[in-house]
Design a protein around this ligand. Structure first.
Ligand SMILES: O=C(O)CCC(=O)C(=O)O
Ligand SMILES: [Fe+2]
Length: 202
């Protein structure tokens, strides 16, 4: 069972480690972000994946879509499915993100959280195909949700960051090595949220 968020609901945890996360509010202007969110939700080929957990088949509590260059095929976490060709919106967002991140991304995973019941459980993006210390750029549109991070070895070391509409967060350093992250379910009424994580699949 996934827990509800045990962090403070409002504000960022003070002292977020800058070596792990680079957060920029209002990376996209609110109106442009809203238009992009609406188009991307309408245009993307959404799938609800089934994963095996403790021998049981579980449907992921969110919708996903996978876009990128054909060589990103190697991304096993998505069942080695070939990424779809990116749309003009995805290419435009990628270009803007790459100027800040300073690297080129060959793929993007879209997560669509329909309401507060949708979530992603504790995990790290540490698949072989992402390399050892991946830089992953995360763009958020829509409902503000808490992004929790927790040290793998010491669960009392934890932070929470509110990912706001139009924000950019770059995950880097040893975030995927020594930390897990999640978007917890919420009991508060929540509207839809779209998250894009730009990745380099090698
Ligand atoms: O929705 C988010 O902000 C995070 C998504 C995530 O962690 C992932 O797709 O690996
Ligand atoms: Fe992740």
């Amino acid at each position: 069972m996934e827990q509800l968020s045990f962090f403070k609901e409002e504000g960022q945890t003070p002292g977020l480690p800058v070596s792990l996360l680079d957060y920029r509010a209002e990376f996209f202007e609110a109106g442009e972000g809203k238009a992009l969110m609406e188009r991307l939700i309408k245009d993307s080929l959404w799938k609800q994946r089934v994963v095996k957990m403790y021998d049981k088949e579980v449907v992921t509590p969110r919708l996903t879509a996978w876009y990128g260059d054909p060589e990103a095929y190697n991304y096993t976490v998505l069942g080695k499915s070939a990424p779809l060709p990116r749309t003009a919106d995805l290419l435009m967002i990628r270009k803007k993100v790459e100027l800040i991140a300073g690297i080129s991304f060959n793929s993007v995973l879209l997560n669509y959280y329909r309401d507060g019941n949708d979530s992603v459980a504790w995990h790290s993006d540490n698949e072989k195909a992402l390399g050892t210390h991946p830089v992953i750029a995360s763009v958020t549109f829509g409902q503000v949700r808490s992004f929790d991070i927790r040290n793998k070895a010491d669960h009392s070391l934890k932070y929470s960051i509110r990912l706001e509409h139009g924000s950019l967060m770059i995950m880097k350093g040893d975030l995927q090595v020594n930390w897990n992250h999640r978007i917890a379910k919420s009991t508060k009424p929540m509207t839809e949220r779209l998250n894009l994580t730009f990745r380099v699949v090698i």
